[in-house]
Ligand binder design. Sequence first.
Ligand code: SAM
Length: 298
Amino acid sequence: MIPEPPPRQTLSYLRNLFEAHGIQPKSKLGQNFLIDLNLLDILVQTAELTPRDLVLEIGSGTGSLTARLADQAGRVLGVELDPSFVELLREEVGHRENVRILHADVLKNKNEIDPRVLTALDELRRESGCEGVKLVANLPYAVAVPVIGNFLISSLPFERMVVTVQWEIAERLLAGPGSKEYGALAVLVQSVTEVSLIRKLPAAVFWPRPQVASAIVMIQPDAEKRARVGDVPRFRRFLRDLYTHRRKNLRGALVGLPNGRQDRTEVDRKLMQLGIDSTVRAEMLDGEQHLRLCEMFG
Ligand code: SAM
């Protein structure tokens, strides 16, 4: 059976759909829907999907993006937390043979993906023979950062992430040393991937209209970079600890690390060995310097 073409997710389409189902969008779940059809297409095109891809979509909402993904990918796993949308999704895309909808919170907690999501991805990969996994989603803003971080440290063979995030998060992903947005997130992500800005999105392309702009970003894992980092979860923990007190200089931040306190002279001696000035702040250092710090202090 040939599935129907994806619905045209316009403002009037959404209003009618929600009225018919008695649904009110909930802002605390980040329910802002893309109503610019070109942008939905850009998300899908940027993912460069093939029938050998398994796509993970987090927050499938009304299923408009899900249907577009299913047209091009081998399999799609749509994860949705809100039961009203799960019901809607089963009506809208449930008949597509290559789509599975999972009613779950994608996160078990801030540091862990819900194991049901990982199990479903494993099952779908095995039964379909799909090789790579791609995350393509208009991410709910409250979970965007932990979702990206937790999937990056997972052992899943991610080939690409194409996601919409709030503009402020895009800035934190793309920032370079010395800027105020640069911190643990930029260092971690840029140390294991290539991040690129695909498009800045004005608030008006979503309904209901959010307070802030957003962006489509693409994150491509880089095997060589990852091999250089080695133990990625350890590096992530170290970066979190290092940036807990952003305003301290490097010596202060390292002396106060929670994993066993080190005295100042010891810290200064090790920093001198690395050729790093102990009075600068961590946010002035590049990725390689952070890695060397982690090897010494992590
Ligand atoms: N994919 C749709 C689109 O592009 O128009 C909707 C995206 S909307 C920004 C985010 C969706 O994520 C909502 O449907 C919301 O209910 C869902 N959501 C929010 N928090 C979630 C979580 N922790 N786990 C899974 N889904 C979540």
